[in-house]
Design a protein around this ligand. Structure first.
Ligand SMILES: [Zn+2]
Length: 447
């Protein structure tokens, strides 16, 4: 059962006025702004209907007449559309709370200026598994230094927000609230008297977190963009024309580049266990940025036996990865997902963690992390690659049936652990990415 959909249609669209003006001088309401000739609201409603959404509730504060007329003219078989008029703008949370009594037990919330191609089935399934009151759709972006970043714990629950600007010397995970939510009505009910205007991100979520409501973050590389300015609207139209929009959904198989960490992205220092020892290799950010722009997923898969050996706890490992994401973000690059294996098969180290001193299915050359990525991100192995500096990486790629590139940085293949040979070799991650992009996008000038 797909939940009800609530679309926040209250925005005035002042910044989009030039695109909303009709020949007679009147202005369309913002959700009706055309993208490649189709109103944004129609794109959202058709997308939801394709996932089986049967009831859509539009919260309208401005030009309700125009939205109503548009809905009358829209043919969506089997879908009930109702409008709730707010009168005065109440903010995103205020409008939703105002309409709460008429909503179903579970509902999705979309903003009226968002173009998205999100697999709603996956998103809703995650929400139901999480047992959270609210699930936020979240993603990394290419400018985390000047973004409000989510503070998420190891269980994926939101603890709060790291608001922009971030103090000097801080490093956070690159994860941004993308303004698509799945909500349980009973999680919101205790807050129905929150004074309006109230915004979800600024007002209601912090209040709910302080009150102990579980808010989960769902990280996904799918297409979701705010198109609230002419520049963003133009960029979104380019994505519609180029096919980028159509391809960037987890309904469809994705191309991924699996990246080993130490010796590929960052300097090999031998069992890295100190945050300050995380230093990116020259050209690593530029290489990842090129993958991002090409629409290939950048997925880090790393063996971290330091955890089992007791040399680095998982909190420190997390801070090491936060620093890596922050350093990448400073140069406009991001990773789509990171998996690590904390295990190690051989006991006998002082301070080791017995619970992690076990044979596992995730430690490379085993393929467990790749298999998890395949499920989580709908990765197509036949169109994916692995870049590593060790023979264990090459063997892992061979075991999974993925093409491999050995780089000369880090161990440069001299670890001697496996006999497996790479499909290709490259000087470093930048050269490896050039090979991959040339193979995947023949005829295109790699940017
Ligand atoms: Zn493992």
């Amino acid at each position: 059962m797909t939940p009800q959909l609530v679309i926040l249609c209250g925005g005035k669209g002042t910044r989009l006025a030039e695109r909303l003006r009709l020949p007679d001088g009147t202005l369309l309401p913002k959700p009706l702004v055309p993208l490649e000739g189709t109103p944004l609201l129609e794109r959202q409603m058709r997308h939801a209907a394709a996932f089986g959404v049967r009831r859509m509730t539009l919260l309208v504060a401005h030009r309700a007449d125009a939205v109503r007329e548009f809905c009358h003219g829209l043919h969506l078989p089997g879908v009930t559309v109702d409008l709730v008029e707010d009168g005065v703008p109440k903010g995103t949370a205020g409008a939703t709370l105002h309409a709460l009594d008429g909503l179903e037990d579970e509902f999705l919330v979309m903003y009226g200026d968002t173009l998205l191609n999100v697999d709603l089935d996956r998103f809703v399934a995650f929400h139901r598994d999480s047992a959270a009151g609210i699930t936020l759709f979240a993603h990394p972006n290419d400018h985390p230094r000047d973004s409000d970043l989510l503070d998420v714990d190891d269980q994926g629950l939101v603890r709060g927000m790291h608001p922009y600007p971030h103090p000097q010397g801080t490093a956070y995970r690159n994860l941004v609230n993308a303004a698509l939510y799945c909500m349980r009505k009973n999680a919101l009910a205790p807050f129905r008297d929150t004074p309006a205007p109230a915004d979800f991100a600024k007002d209601l979520f912090p209040l709910m977190i302080r009150s102990g409501t579980r808010i989960a973050a769902y990280a996904s590389p799918e297409y979701i963009k705010d198109v609230g300015t002419p520049e963003r609207l133009d960029a979104a139209e380019r994505d519609l024309r180029s096919g980028r929009f159509a391809a960037q959904t987890l309904r469809l198989p994705q191309r991924a580049v699996f990246l080993d960490r130490d010796g590929v992205l960052n300097e090999e220092v031998g069992l890295l266990s100190k945050v300050e020892d995380m230093r990116l290799l020259p050209g690593a950010s530029a290489a990842v940025r090129r993958l991002n722009r090409a629409g290939m997923l950048a997925v880090v898969v790393t063996n971290q036996p330091v955890v089992a050996r007791g040399e680095c706890d998982e909190t420190t490992l997390r801070r090491i990865h936060d620093r890596m994401e922050s350093l990448l973000g400073d140069e406009g690059a991001y990773i789509d997902r990171l998996y690590y294996c904390p295990h190690h098969p051989h006991g006998g180290f002082p301070g080791e963690r017995k619970d992690l001193k076990v044979p596992c299915t995730c430690r490379k050359p085993a393929t467990g992390m790749l298999e998890t990525a395949r499920r989580d991100l709908h990765v197509d192995f036949a169109r994916s690659w692995l870049v590593g500096d060790r023979t264990t990486d090459m063997q892992c790629a061979r075991n999974a049936g993925i093409r491999s590139i050995l780089v000369k940085t880090g161990m440069g293949g001299a670890d001697g652990a496996c006999l497996s040979t790479p499909d290709l070799e490259a000087e470093d991650i930048g050269a490896a990415v050039s090979i991959i992009l040339a193979a995947e996008f023949p005829g295109e000038q790699a940017a």
